[in-house]
Design a protein around this ligand. Sequence first.
Ligand SMILES: [Zn+2]
Length: 244
Amino acid sequence: MKVTIVGMWNSFPNGTEPTSGYLVEKDGVRILIDAGSGIAGHIQKYINIHDLDYIILSHYHHDHAGDVEAFMLARKVARQLRRVDRNLKIYGPESGATAKEIRRAKYSTFLPVRAQKVYTIGPFKLEFHRNEHTVETYAIRVTDNNGAVFVHTSDTCYRGSLVRFAFGADLLIVDSKLYEGFDGKVEGHMNAEEAGRLASKADAQLTILSNLPHHGEQEVLLDSAKQHPTGSIRLAEAGMTIEI
Ligand SMILES: [Zn+2]
């Protein structure tokens, strides 16, 4: 599968770079994981927005789901112009006002996510892990038909169950919003040391620190994560593509 980091900032877009959004592609099937603010515009650097039929939302905070309405409106326009004959399928947590809005939208279909269920979309198998965050939030494990595994933690405190969920990932994109020393439990995030610990214990081949903060020196995040022995580890960059 091919994974494109469309955006990776925490909270709000940074100049011309959006918040969280990861495009996963294989065999002509495209899935967008998270649709944070700025993603609906920037995804059009890579694909035609009308060719995207699946969006998975880890939760409904603005930096992960702020652009979902833009995608729904794009589908509405495409349907009215008869350019597309399919609904946009949006998977996400059951709780929250955004879920209700998606359910009400005429040209979108809402599919609630559950932790113990396996979902299939084209060549992809999707599984979900219930995170510890301020709202209902899920980590996502995507396995393709060749057995390649991509795990996106989204926002969460460090949890032992997440190690098991992410184990053996070829690509692990980790919430690493906080610098080492910050207690992530206060607002439901991992700091960079915990992100590195997760990568190490999960034996991930390539780890990318994402959901990056707007302050401080990001290289310090990398140094903190690297104190744990692991495979390759990098900082997320908008436009980065990874083949696994
Ligand atoms: Zn969040």
